[in-house]
Design a protein around this ligand. Structure first.
Ligand code: ADE
Length: 237
């Protein structure tokens, strides 16, 4: 698996892979990363990569030509590359996208800067267009990193413990149940006594109740979906 970051600012992205879990995964050859700078494909005297919007409007856009040459050079070597463009006007990136994309052989993240990217690049090259949330960042680098991290941890072997993938948040629209570690009592607050007793059936049932409560409190939208799913499953029994 390879991730290519198309960005004017490699230094914003690279350090994230120089420590911790993803660094180890790269050292173990579980995936590779590389970088392409559209400026290297701008052939005018000033290596210009941005320009004013046709028809007016605030800010500058990434020009189509350098970006297009840059993407062509990637596709030429890797025809199956899956191109993802980051923008606040994309569909929301979700956990099931992270799992699905972890099976790809090559993902290319194109990070917008300034006021975004010329729409014709999106139409011509994007396999998918993602936003990471209903807010506007100064550029797509963080969005690319967020998605890359979420995808990479679903690649076989990146996380040591397989269970950490199966019990986590967003499985069946539920947030993960609260977790506790030692000491058993912290600031006069005990961890749930059921967790200490070792009855796995009861622990699982309690975790499900706590996960539902947490989801209802923080994410009523997900809670409704998880309730509907639960009802369908019960009807199927
Ligand atoms: N670029 C700027 N804001 C963004 C967002 N919310 N998601 C993805 N890319 C972005």
């Amino acid at each position: 698996m390879r991730f290519t970051f198309v960005t004017l600012f490699e230094n914003l992205v690279k350090p994230y892979f120089e420590d911790s879990i993803l660094k180890r995964a790269i050292e173990r050859s579980l995936f590779e990363i590389d970088f392409k700078n559209p400026r290297d494909y701008a052939f005018d005297k000033h290596k210009k990569v941005d320009d004013y919007k046709i028809g007016g409007g605030a800010g500058l856009l990434l020009k189509p030509k350098p970006l297009s040459l840059c993407l062509d050079s990637i596709i030429e070597k890797s025809p199956n590359a899956h191109i993802i463009i980051t923008t606040p006007v994309g569909k929301l990136f979700r956990q099931n996208d992270a799992k699905r994309l972890a099976k790809r052989e090559h993902i290319v993240f194109v990070s917008g800067r300034y006021e975004g990217i010329d729409e014709r690049i999106i139409e011509e090259y994007a396999d998918e267009v993602f936003s990471i949330g209903d807010f506007v960042l100064t550029g797509g680098e963080l969005a690319s990193l967020v998605m890359c991290d979420a995808i990479a941890r679903n690649i076989e072997g990146v996380l040591g413990n397989r269970e950490s993938l199966s019990e986590e948040s967003y499985e069946e629209y539920l947030l993960e149940a609260p977790s506790f570690t030692k000491p058993n009592i912290f600031k006069k607050n005990p961890s749930p006594s059921e967790f200490l007793k070792g009855n796995h059936g009861k622990i699982t049932a309690l975790k499900k109740t706590l996960a539902l409560a947490k989801t209802k409190f923080h994410r009523s939208d997900l809670y409704l979906k998880s309730k509907i799913l639960q009802r369908i499953k019960e009807d199927e029994k």
